[in-house]
Every structure is written in C-alpha cells, then in structure tokens.
Design a binder for this molecule. Structure first.
Ligand code: MG
Length: 326
C-alpha cells in the first residue's frame, strides 16, 4: 500500500468573520483543528495545535506516538492559556491521521467534534465519535440522530485540547486498502453536508482530490456555510500504482524535447519562422506541466522548455557557424 494524492483546504464560510480552523497536510500526517474561545483565542488555539502536529509530522510513527503528539498539542494550548490571560479558556478540537505505508494502516487520533471518515467502495463511514453533548444524548437514547442535527446545543463539545492540563485522546488504527479515500473535516462541513452528499461529491471528483476538497467546501457554503469549513482528503493506492506513475512521469517530461529540437532545425534559415517557432514549442511546454504538477514535479515543464530553448540556440549557432565557414 502506498499513500497517493492529498489535498487540504479551509474556508471561512458565509457567517463567520474569521477562520478559526486550521489544517495540516504533511504526508504521512494529516489533521484538521477547529478553535474555540473569545477574541482571537480560538484562532490561536487552532494554530498552536496545527503547529505542534506539523512539527511532529516527520518523526511520529505509530499510534502511541500519535497520541503523544496530540497530548503535546494539548499541553501547548493549555500552557499558553495559563500564561496569557486574554486566551483563558481557549481550546481546539482535532482529528489527526497518520499513514503507515509499510504496515498498511492509518492511525487516527481524535478529540472533539471534528471528524474522520473513510470512503471505501462507494460507501462512507464515520470513523470518529463526536465528543459533543448531542452525540452523548444520541448514544443514551435521549435524542434521535435527526433531532441532533438541528439541536440548539449541537456545537457544545464535551472534550477539547487545551482546556485542561491533560486530555484523553481517542485513538485507533484502520487497516487501509488501495482505493480508500480518507476525509478529515471540521464540523463546518459535517454539520452542513449529509453523509450521502459527502460521498457523491467526493465520488464525482474522485480523479482530483483538490477539486473534491473545493467541491465539499462549496457544498457546505451552498447549504448556508454557517461555520468555518476545513477539509483534508488523502487516498491510498496499490504500491505498484505509484511506481508505475513515477516511472511514467520522467518519460513524459523528456518525451517532448527530442522531436521539437528536430523540428525547428529549418527555422533560423527561413524568413518567417517566428510563427512556426512560436506555435509548436509552447504547445509542448504547455502539455508538460499538468502531468508534472499532478506528480508534484512542477519545474519539469520549465526544464523541458529551457532545454528546448538551449537546443534552438545551439542550432542557430551551428547554422551561423556553417554559413560563415562556407
Ligand atoms: Mg467549527
């Protein structure tokens, strides 16, 4: 198994003045955080959590280490709220995923009412349990899930990072499968968009997770956008799929250069070559970047264009040189 593409996006939504969400997209670690607290405290809490998680992304392995990392995020927010009276009572919720490509698993760490979902074989499953008042009322049978969606206290959370010196982190591991898409999101998405719409929106843009993430944000905004909306998506692939894609990428980048270098050989000698010259090489240059960008190798197209320019120059010099010699 191999980690495929990933995308993250955050949006203020339509009702809030500020965005107090943050996200981390540092493969193999992904997270969404959603801050709470007066003034700018929620924003600070979410940023402190995201920064702590981001800093630990490179060296965190396994579920226990992931829990320790979330606890570190808790400590930083708590510490700051003790030191800075303007941030007293601030906190943040967080859902974190850590992919283990070798073990083929995804560890999830979670506190609060942001969520982790798994989209597999066209069906979506909520992986995390909300630490919220309404979730507890649903579990104890006081509310139906339908009543919970519109409950006035639906944003009241029962567990958060930074409100206490210690925090209890929900943690578990999911066995990954090629084709899986994981979605981490703040409640600004899950409260606005029902599971079926999450599924259909992601499925409709399955080939491009950036677009899928944007489409989810657009769906939440189309339904009112009452809160900040944050979405992180990542996919799992067959190990072989990734290798094949990588092998194809350099070939695509190198492909255009030789034929175009041969084509313009006649250019320097003719009187009106600028049209032909201007036409064909840019097409090649434009053709390269989309593929290159998709594989995260943006400069490939520019390098191809530079090589092409160098080839043209060399041909021109050669033509000039040959001309002088005759
Ligand atoms: Mg929120």
């Amino acid at each position: 198994m191999r980690l495929g593409r990933a995308a993250g996006v955050t949006d203020t939504g339509r009702r809030r003045l500020r965005n107090e969400d943050a996200f981390v997209c540092e493969p193999p670690l992904f997270a969404v955080t959603d801050g709470m607290g007066g003034a700018r405290a929620g924003e600070i809490a979410a940023e402190l959590a995201a920064t702590a998680l981001e800093e630990g992304a490179g060296q965190t392995r396994g579920m226990d280490a992931l829990v320790a990392l979330v606890e570190e995020a808790n400590r930083r927010i708590w510490q700051r709220s003790v030191e800075d009276p303007r941030t007293t009572g601030m906190g943040a919720v967080a859902t974190v995923a850590l992919v283990d490509e070798v073990g083929g698993t995804v560890a999830i760490g979670h506190v609060g009412d942001s969520r982790g979902y798994l989209l597999r074989d066209g069906a979506i499953e909520q992986l995390t349990r909300d630490h919220s008042l309404v979730a507890e009322l649903v579990e104890s049978g006081v509310l139906t899930p339908e009543e919970a969606v519109h409950h006035p206290q639906r944003s009241a959370i029962t567990r958060a990072l930074g409100t206490e010196p210690e925090v209890e982190v929900d943690a578990f591991t999911v066995d990954g499968r090629p084709g899986d898409v994981f979605l981490l999101c703040s409640d600004g998405l899950s409260a606005m968009v029902a599971d079926e719409a999450l599924t259909s929106t992601i499925e409709a843009e399955r080939g491009d997770l950036e677009r899928a993430a944007d489409a989810l944000v657009a769906a939440a905004n189309a339904r009112g956008g009452e809160d900040n909306i944050t979405v992180v998506l990542f996919e799992l692939l067959e190990a072989a799929e990734g290798v094949a894609e990588e092998a194809a990428a350099p070939a695509a980048a190198e492909g255009p250069a030789p034929p175009s270098a041969a084509e313009p050989a006649s250019l320097p000698a003719e009187g009106e070559p600028p049209v032909t010259e201007g036409d064909s090489p840019p097409q090649e240059a434009e053709a390269a970047p989309p593929d290159a960008t998709r594989h995260g190798a943006g400069p490939g197209g520019r390098i191809a264009a530079l090589l092409l320019l160098a080839a043209l120059l060399a041909i021109a010099i050669l033509a000039l040189y040959t001309g002088i010699n005759r």
